[in-house]
Design a protein around this ligand. Structure first.
Ligand code: URA
Length: 194
């Protein structure tokens, strides 16, 4: 699939944010408090993609601001990054009720917004947080337990999945593996910078 579409119409952040803020393309639009567009450096080398907003994100309109977000901040710190240096978005921009997985039709309805964000950020490295994002971009049968921390090619970009921070909160025994994945990511970022 071609996630990084060309930008022939001269897309802009202003146009994208304006159009997206009014989106009612799936049922999640009816129950959201806030649409959670994305945040961070709009020309980042590294883009993190999560699953979808939770309760705090829905209330505040920003990705990863709840407990999982605090852990994501710590993960970034471990490799000397912070939110100002990366771009963070989700597969769906509105909160699924009771934090259930976003349904395939909800993911499909939201994907064009994310594709436009990808085209504008034009990151060199993609990091998928959790199985849902990895299945959407890497392959439908992606197995997070076996394949986290491995590099894949997504439309010519380096792409890796890590355990979702919520999974690491539920099961701290997975944290050492995530530390290794973060160090793998850090090496790749350093090699970009030469
Ligand atoms: N979990 C996600 O996948 N995304 C968020 O923004 C928050 C929690």
């Amino acid at each position: 699939m071609d996630f990084f579409r060309e930008n022939p119409g001269g897309d802009s952040w202003e146009a994208l944010k304006g159009e997206c803020s009014r989106c009612m393309d799936c049922q999640l639009g009816h129950t959201r408090q806030h649409l959670v567009f994305g945040v961070g450096n709009e020309s980042a080398d590294v883009m993190f993609i999560g699953e979808g907003p939770g309760e705090q994100e829905d209330l505040q309109g920003e990705p990863f601001v709840g407990p999982a977000g605090k852990l994501l901040d710590t993960m970034l710190q471990i490799i000397d990054l912070d939110r100002t240096q990366v771009y963070i978005a989700n597969i769906v921009k509105c909160r699924p009720p009771r934090n259930r997985d976003p349904l395939p039709d909800e993911q499909a309805a939201c994907m064009p917004w994310l594709e436009r964000q990808l085209a504008l950020v034009d990151p060199k490295i993609l990091v998928f947080l959790g199985r849902i994002a990895a299945m959407a971009f890497i392959k439908p049968d992606f197995r997070i337990t076996r394949e986290h921390g491995q590099w894949f090619d997504v439309d010519g970009r380096k792409a890796m999945a890590m355990y979702h921070p919520s999974a690491l909160l539920r099961d701290p025994s997975k944290r050492p593996e995530t530390f290794v994945d973060l160090k793998t990511l850090q090496r790749e970022i350093r090699s970009l910078r030469g």
